[in-house]
Design a protein around this ligand. Sequence first.
Ligand code: SAM
Length: 337
Amino acid sequence: MNSMHFTDEELRALLSNPTPDSDLTAKAAAIRKSVYGNKVFIRGLIEFTNYCKNDCYYCGIRAGQRNVSRYRLTSEEILDCCRQGYDLGFRTFVLQGGEDLWWNDDRLSALVASIKDLHPDCAVTLSVGERSRESYQILFDAGADRYLLRHETADTCHYGALHPGNLTLENRMRCLHDLKDIGYQTGCGFMVGSPGQTVDHLIRDLRFIEEFQPHMVGIGPFLPAAGTPFACEPAGSTDLTVKLLSIIRLMHPEVLLPATTALGTAEADGRERGILAGANVIMPNLSPPEVREKYMLYNNKIATGDEAAESVASLRRSMEKIGYEVVTDRGDYLDHK
Ligand code: SAM
């Protein structure tokens, strides 16, 4: 599928004005349909630990947050979430968490291997932050298929404004290159409207995506989190996020592109708008309802007490209403090149 190239001037014009562009949305929806039809892939998101050793300035579960009640699901609890998710039609499980040192390579690789033993037809995605190349290799050998690690921003100075000095863009990029090199379907991404972000930063993010050719891209609006250094910063624009989804789809037609929880939190119909603009993945929460409120990355994050079954049923209905179909499928990256 031919990817579209935008000049810097075209991107600057599009991104300087968040107002929706119906022509851009229609083109992105058409190209998404020609690659993935009207299918929406679902991933069962299991937020399995909110312990984190890092202090990212934007994040509601950063190490320095005092009012967070910390939890760590047991392997049994995680396997129960997978079992329940499997029965509901999920064929991908995403294990996401803070950078929790308790989950060392032995424990995490044993967990991944158990999920793959019980559900050999499912993909396992990890999203557990920065680790060594050796660690990524061990987890891949245990059966992990995909890895999500947002690059957050492709600009070194901006990266420094969002993170404390022990976290560097250089190491983030090293991780992303190691993951892809090892053979993971790899996802990068960024928050839209993070403090200090400029249109030039966004253009740089898009150029990085063009060059890196990730299999997945996760973007969502920045939303302030109480108690963090950025608690009083304004939220990112949902219109601009939706516009960026269309641009990313056009630049990279095969990419797996979620309409994220942050988009659904910022606006009641945010995920539907994301799908209509070119996204093709949704990641419903499979975590036990009683821990969801503890994984508060930002204020008002969707954390209903709904059982997974209820939320999948309502998701199916809302997708049908806009002409899309939630499918039972691993939803792997389709490489047409
Ligand atoms: N620890 C892992 C990592 O760093 O990749 C995974 C968990 S981390 C909480 C997942 C993502 O949440 C981050 O990459 C970040 O982009 C997003 N996030 C964190 N705080 C946010 C906020 N205040 N608003 C929007 N997204 C946020």
